[in-house]
Design a protein around this ligand. Structure first.
Ligand code: NAD
Length: 463
């Protein structure tokens, strides 16, 4: 079977730990490839390669870095269908829908990289007394989950590389294939992007490495807390993009059928495996009956890929079973189909209570649990009762209601009458246990650099 290899300083090398991990196709449960975990020594070799490349890459003029990265985006664009197919193989998202996500990731990469041309890397004060320069942090560790490998890795890499950092990427052990293909395709100088393979211990060794300047981590709250501790010990910066339990509120007076279709997207896209999936739905009593009927009908027709693995599906099964045991009603779905692969159907539940796991903890599966509320204020009061703070979605015709929700619910992004999609200049920082450090637009460049000041006369172009 194909044994996957690390990319270190432009060379493909096999990890040196004795344990091997199988990469499995979740639709067939068949192994696709093997990877040998990377040891702390393998990780060090990758960090050293990134550090060696950083000297030249950080000194390369911004315009040239941007050109090289936009060229990489062109190459990736030509391979978008292939990357989508690769992700279908190891994490299950059907390529037919996956390709538009991959194209979105590449478009986002381009936009983020282009911003480098406007970012104030060098700024002289009006009285000419002070020059502030934003310097790259050196080697950035990028640790990614399996649910959107290419999107998350390209989202992190754009500003990091354009700002002059180099990177060591550790993709998820469950879905490493697209990261490897991307690293192979982008034609950057050796060592600018390196890849190490392995599970949690490899990620831990990378985030604890003393020569890493920043860890950009996307994944669970639990692993994120470990990365934050490692960063604190090394006194290096961490960007944490973690889990969520996003609420959606459906107000009286909306177009119920249209909103039900959008909520179906919010709850079931990527088989519910999105950090910003709708995981708690609060519906105004006046429209609740019609909404449940509409959503149940759309859910029954939803075409989903498999879940990533049996462990992830077990979490969904446990949450649904616990809710049913406490009185929740399954309107559609809720049963593991008798077939090979980690499938789980789009599921709609009603009669859920605040205490149930399905309304408290991240489920990360295709389940829409619905609670009926008496008015909008009650929906907001319930929506804000959470330690998470990633996103929230509000469907309402009343602008005062959307303003109330945006003010009261702890979230990094509030979508009004739509789910997903970026406006221009979006900047956000997750609230609560959903993460830390602002991202988006120039904030991503602020995170990728540190400011240094010279006070007094200096040849600014040399500084
Ligand atoms: P995970 O935390 O299990 O793994 C994520 C990555 O971290 C993997 O590469 C893993 O090998 C590595 N890792 C595990 N333990 C580590 C440690 N101690 N130190 C360093 N690295 C470690 O998460 P997952 O199951 O792959 O992903 C699903 C989670 O990711 C969900 O909670 C989801 O909400 C979250 N997520 C968040 C965002 C966001 O932008 N906020 C986006 C996508 C996914």
């Amino acid at each position: 079977m194909n044994v996957l290899r690390n990319l270190v300083g432009g060379r493909w090398v096999t990890g040196s730990e004795s344990d091997t991990l199988e990469v499995v196709d979740p639709a067939t449960e068949k192994p696709l490839a093997l990877l040998r975990s990377s040891s702390p020594r393998d990780v060090s070799a990758a960090v050293d390669a990134a550090r060696a490349a950083a000297a030249t890459w950080s000194a390369t003029p911004v315009r040239e870095r941007v050109e090289a990265l936009l060229h990489a985006a062109d190459v990736l664009e030509r391979h978008a269908p292939e990357i989508a197919e690769t992700e279908q193989q190891d994490m299950g998202r059907p390529a037919a829908v996956g390709e538009s996500w991959i194209r979105g990731a590449i478009a986002g990469f381009r936009t983020n990289v282009d911003l480098a041309l406007q970012y104030p890397f060098r700024k002289v004060s009006e009285d000419l007394s002070t020059t502030v320069v934003r310097r790259p942090l050196g080697v950035a560790a990028v640790i990614a989950p399996w649910n959107f490998p290419a999107n998350i890795i390209l989202g992190a890499l754009g500003p990091l590389l354009a700002a002059g950092n180099t990177a060591v990427v550790k993709p998820s052990e469950k879905a490493p294939l697209s990261a490897l293909r991307i690293a192979e395709l982008i034609d950057l100088p050796d060592g600018v992007v390196n890849v190490v393979l392995g599970g949690g211990p490899t990620g831990a060794a990378l985030s604890a490495h003393p020569l890493v300047g920043l860890t950009h981590f996307t994944g669970s709250v639990r692993s994120g807390a470990a990365v934050a501790s490692a960063g604190a010990r090394q006194l290096h910066r961490v960007v944490l993009e973690l889990g969520g339990k996003d609420p959606a509120i459906v107000d009286d007076g909306v177009d119920v059928a249209a909103v039900a279709r959008d909520v179906a997207r919010g709850a079931f896209t990527n088989t519910g495996q999105i950090c910003t999936s709708m995981e708690r739905i609060y519906v105004h009593r006046a429209v609740a009956g019609e909404f449940v009927t509409e959503l149940t009908a759309v859910a029954a027709d939803a075409l989903l890929g498999p879940m990533v693995d049996s462990a992830q599906r077990e979490i969904v099964v446990a949450h649904v079973q616990e809710a049913v045991a406490q009185g929740a009603v399954v309107r559609t779905g809720g049963i593991v189909p008798d077939r090979t692969g980690y499938w789980y159907p789009a599921t709609v539940m009603t009669d859920v209570t605040d205490e149930m796991l399905i309304m408290r903890e991240e489920t990360f599966g295709p389940v829409a649990p619905i609670q009926v509320v008496d008015d909008f204020a009650q929906a907001v009061a319930k929506a804000k009762q959470t330690p998470y703070g990633l996103a929230a979605t509000v469907y309402t015709t009343n602008p005062a209601h959307s303003a109330l929700a945006a003010r009261a619910i702890p979230s990094a992004i509030t979508w009004v009458n739509r789910w997903q999609g970026a406006g221009s200049g979006v900047v956000y920082e997750p609230a609560g246990i959903s993460g830390m450090t602002a991202m988006g637009h120039f904030a991503a460049y602020d995170a990728a650099t540190r400011p240094a000041s010279v006070i007094g006369s200096v040849e600014t172009h040399r500084f």
